[in-house]
Design a protein around this ligand. Structure first.
Ligand code: GLU
Length: 341
């Protein structure tokens, strides 16, 4: 599976009959349980999409698992389906590692080194790096993510990995563990990422050893999470950097703002524009089938279902989040005429 979109195909939508609520600044949280169940029931039979066979072990998972979880910034977490089913976080790790790196190095340095603009090309494109004079372009494509991971604090590869794992665990509010089988499977199939690492190095865009950077990146992608974890991790970015369940300040509010902007422009691979147009909230997906969508000041949705569209985004996950975004008034661009007139 190449995950190469032809540009004509768009993201799946099926919620025209759901009344579009506007973004009011408060979450209608008394309706969350009902709406999560409604979305789960409505999309549980959608069987379009393919598993991510390019990482052998991801091609062997149960395709029908489906979970949706939502965490309110007040700390309550709701769920429908298999919300505690574990899967590897994959690309969703990129946004949280990016937040940790922003916290460490600041807005300017990270903006300059990593960038925020969409490449318009697949997430693992070598051509995108070549066309941009070795600039990784944004933190959500593999080249940018490898360069971002390299910027994590720590003198040795082991220390960097420890900081990544601890940082992502702070977002989740529990210690996250490595899925050894996924890590091994992915390490055997990541020649392309190693090539990206070396290419960045050849352009002087990576300071350290590219193989170490790719290895830490592969490990971060192999951390196990659940839909519940994704909701809490996302809600931390919706809550000015405070994990709403543990109360820990994980990153600053400025870092949350910057991270969500980068996610909004690049989170759904080359469908990121379609996603904003249809759904209207920053979201990041990963090829194991997870998606996290963040409604700033309100909360976040974590969804999981492994069948992917041609760009690499969970089909059911997109539908469920679209449904909830509409019904809960999460779309950042939706307004209603001022009632005081
Ligand atoms: N570890 C995967 C890779 O590097 C992540 C891809 C993704 O989830 O987008 O190919």
């Amino acid at each position: 599976m190449s995950f190469t979109s032809d540009g004509n195909e768009s993201i799946p939508t099926d919620f025209d009959d759901v009344v579009q609520q506007v973004s009011t600044g408060t979450l209608a949280h008394q309706r969350i349980d009902e709406l999560l169940l409604e979305a789960h029931e409505r999309y549980a039979d959608v069987d379009e999409g393919l598993l991510a066979h390019y990482i052998p072990i991801l091609g062997q998972v149960e395709p029908d698992t489906f979970a949706i979880s939502m965490s309110h910034v007040g700390g309550t977490v709701h769920g429908a389906g298999d919300c505690h089913h574990q899967f590897s976080i994959q690309s969703i790790s990129k946004m949280f590692v990016y937040a940790l790196v922003l916290q460490e190095h600041g807005h300017e340095a990270v903006h300059e080194k990593i960038g925020v603009n969409n490449t318009g090309m697949p997430f693992n494109s070598v051509m995108a790096v070549e066309l941009n004079n070795g600039h990784p372009m944004n933190p959500m494509v593999n080249a940018g993510a490898i360069a971002t991971t390299e910027m994590i604090a720590g003198k040795s590869a082991a220390k960097k990995w420890e900081n990544v794992r601890e940082g992502l665990s702070a977002f989740a509010g529990r210690p996250l563990t490595l899925d050894d089988e996924v890590y091994e499977s992915e390490s055997e199939a990541n020649e392309r990422n190693k090539a990206l690492g070396r290419l960045l190095k050849s352009y002087g865009r990576l300071d350290g050893d590219p193989n170490n950077a790719v290895d830490t990146y592969t490990k971060q992608c192999s951390l196990n999470v659940t839909a519940h974890d994704l909701a809490v991790m996302g809600a931390t970015l919706a809550d000015g950097g405070i994990n709403p369940v543990t109360g820990q300040q994980v990153v600053s509010a400025d870092v949350c703002r910057d991270t969500l902007a980068a996610v909004a422009t690049n989170g759904l691979y080359e469908r990121s524009g379609d996603w904003l147009f249809e759904i209207g909230i920053p979201a990041k997906s990963g090829v194991s089938g997870g998606i996290v969508a963040v409604a700033p000041g309100k909360g976040a949705i974590g969804a999981f279902s492994p069948r992917l569209d041609m760009a690499g985004n969970s089909v059911r996950g997109q539908l469920a989040i679209g449904h909830l975004s509409r019904a809960l008034g999460l779309n950042l661009f939706a307004s209603a005429p001022d009632s005081g007139r």
